[in-house]
Every structure is written in C-alpha cells, then in structure tokens.
Ligand binder design. Structure first.
Ligand code: NAG
Ligand code: NAG
Ligand code: NAG
Ligand code: NAG
Ligand code: NAG
Ligand code: NAG
Length: 271
C-alpha cells in the first residue's frame, strides 16, 4: 500500500524517484498556496489603504483636477455630433439642421432669463472668490447667451450655417486667457476670418474659481463662440484652436484635447 504524507515524508513501497516526484509536486502546491494567500493579503491591504484615503477626502473639496486654476484644460466643441468633423451643404438644410438644433439645445441653459433667475451679475475682470464653509452653496455668475452676439442664435437662429459661416462653441474646464484659431496644416488662406465672442475670445476671471458641482450648483461654464465668417468652401479645412494662458500647455503633439482642439470644417456651397 502507498502512503503519501506531507511533512515528514514517508516513502514506503515506492521507488525513490517516484517519491521524489510526489514530493516536488506537493512542494509546488505549497508554494502556490503560499503565494495565493500572500497576494490576497496584499490586495486586502491595498483596498484598506484606498478606503482610508477616501474617508479622509471631503466630498466638498473638488479633486485636484477639478480645482487648480491652471490645471491643464480639456476642451470640447459644440455642436458635437459626428466627432470632430462638421460637414454640411448650405443648400440642403437637412444637412445642417442637426447642428443647429444641437446648438439651441446646448444653449438653453444660457438663455438670458434662465441666467437672470439662477445666477448673479458679477464685477468683470476679477476672480469671484467666495468665503464661507466648504459645504455652503456658492453663487455663480451670469453668462448670458446674448453675450455670444452673432453666434447666440438669437438674431440668426441658424448660427450662420445657412450662409456657410458656421458658429462653433468652445467649452473648457479651466481658465485660459483667450483663444485663437488657425489652419492646422495646409494652405493658410483657407481660413481668412474668424470672429470671437464674447470680447475677442477672452474669458473673464469672474467665472473662476469653480468650486465643484456639489456646491457650485448653478454654475455654467463660460463659452467662447467662434464665427467662421470666411472659410474655404467645398473642401476639408482642418482647424486648430488653441487656448492661451498662464501655465496652459497647448502643444503636446499626441494629445489633441490638451489646451487645444482640432476639428475639420466642410462647408459645401454652390459657387
Ligand atoms: C449640395 O446640395 C446641392 C443642392 O441639393 C447639390 O446640387 C450639391 O451637389 C450638393 N453638394 C454636395 C457636395 O453634396
Ligand atoms: C440656483 O438657482 C435657483 C433657481 O433655479 C435659485 O433658487 C437658487 O438660489 C440658486 N442657487 C444659488 C446658490 O445661487
Ligand atoms: C453681426 O451680424 C450682423 C448682421 O448679420 C452684421 O451686420 C454685423 O457686422 C455682425 N457683427 C460682426 C462683429 O461681424
Ligand atoms: C494658397 O491658396 C491660394 C489661393 O487658393 C494660392 O494663391 C496660394 O498660392 C496657395 N499657397 C500655397 C502655399 O499653396
Ligand atoms: C476686440 O478687438 C478690437 C480690435 O482689436 C478692439 O477694438 C475691441 O475693443 C476688443 N474688444 C474687447 C472686448 O476686448
Ligand atoms: C511647447 O511650448 C513651450 C512654451 O512655449 C515650449 O517651451 C516647448 O518646447 C513646446 N513644446 C513642444 C513639444 O513644442
């Protein structure tokens, strides 16, 4: 009869080599078990540490990404329907009405009467710093749709799409000084004129700092509207808009959203 016992090894009735095989097998098993328990222990420690860390964070403190005035900014455009290509045919309204509707939808929160009801008028040109406990609700400054002037959709409800002079809105999460746009690559004469609203594409300091969505309840990010009043028709026009400002990095080659945005305009028209 065979006996296989772990620990004080007994090899009875077997050849020596068989016995050695069994031993190494059970040794491997032991090692495996040891590492299993070891890693489970490590995982437990890790979760415990993370849990402890989370307990010490206040829900009212915006995370480090949320807070810093000069955090590397991410940029978004509106309309954003089919990625970063905005293509339409001026003579076919069905190709641009989705863009126009998306802009109107997005700007609802910026309607003058909505802003007047929810937010306050702030003095321009200075940070709107609010004291009080960190869980106290913070007031937000008005950003009225009418400030976007020719890109507000008020006078021209098609935001210029019906004439091949489309408006695009930029929204970003941190404080830039201003925005400029240029042809990303190719012939620079494809983009002859861009208007910026409000105030030549500047951002007022009054919209900062942002205290986080938990307390800054009625906050609406400031916007800059780009009005492409003279852009080449019937062609792909790759455009890059950069945010400029203290501490803003906008030239990282492999990140097209870090401090800048790249998109393509295609506006068809009968010449
Ligand atoms: C734009 O629309 C017009 C009118 O429907 C049409 O004749 C023209 O071919 C269209 N252009 C393109 C590039 O689709
Ligand atoms: C947010 O807006 C509502 C009206 O929609 C207003 O009653 C409230 O006071 C505002 N909150 C702050 C903190 O301004
Ligand atoms: C805004 O649009 C109006 C009417 O189309 C035009 O007369 C005016 O020049 C435009 N303003 C700017 C700054 O382009
Ligand atoms: C850019 O385009 C304009 C007009 O389309 C042309 O006159 C000019 O030579 C082009 N420049 C370059 C560098 O291709
Ligand atoms: C925008 O730029 C024009 C010309 O450079 C200048 O006259 C105007 O005052 C500027 N507007 C603002 C709000 O800075
Ligand atoms: C980005 O811009 C900064 C400041 O202008 C410059 O020092 C840096 O070399 C630039 N980096 C690249 C990759 O162009």
């Amino acid at each position: 009869m065979q006996r296989r016992v772990i620990g004080p090894v007994l090899c009875e009735g077997e050849s020596a080599s068989n016995c050695a095989n069994n031993m190494s097998l059970c040794f491997a098993g032991l090692i495996l078990l040891f590492y299993l328990i070891f890693y489970m222990f490590l995982a437990g420690m890790f979760s415990f540490c993370i849990y402890g860390l989370l307990l010490t964070l206040s829900p009212y403190t915006p995370t480090y990404r949320d807070r810093g005035l000069f955090y590397l900014p991410g940029v978004m455009i509106r309309p954003y329907l089919h990625g970063f290509t905005i293509a339409f045919n001026v003579s076919e309204p069905s190709t641009w009405t989705p863009y126009v509707n998306s802009m109107h939808h997005f700007l609802q929160a910026y309607d003058d009467n909505v802003q007047e009801e929810k937010n306050i008028e702030c003095p321009a040109g200075q940070y709107f710093v609010q004291d009080g406990t960190e869980s106290e609700e913070k007031k937000a400054c008005q950003f009225k749709r009418s400030q976007l002037q020719n890109c507000s959709g008020i006078e021209d409800p098609t935001f210029g799409y019906s004439t091949g002079q489309p408006c695009i809105l930029l929204k970003m999460n941190r404080v830039p000084k201003n925005v400029n746009c240029a042809i990303q690559k190719g012939n620079e004469s494809a983009l002859k004129s861009v208007d910026f609203y409000p105030g030549n594409g500047t951002f007022d300091l009054m919209y900062y700092p942002y205290y986080g969505k938990l307390t800054h309840v009625n906050y609406t990010s400031p916007l800059v509207a780009l009005h492409f009043t003279d852009v080449k028709k019937n062609d792909f026009v790759p455009i890059q808009c950069r945010l400029n400002g203290e501490g803003i990095v906008n030239n990282v080659t492999n990140d097209r959203f870090l401090g800048r945005i790249i998109f393509t305009l295609r506006s068809y028209n009968r010449e």
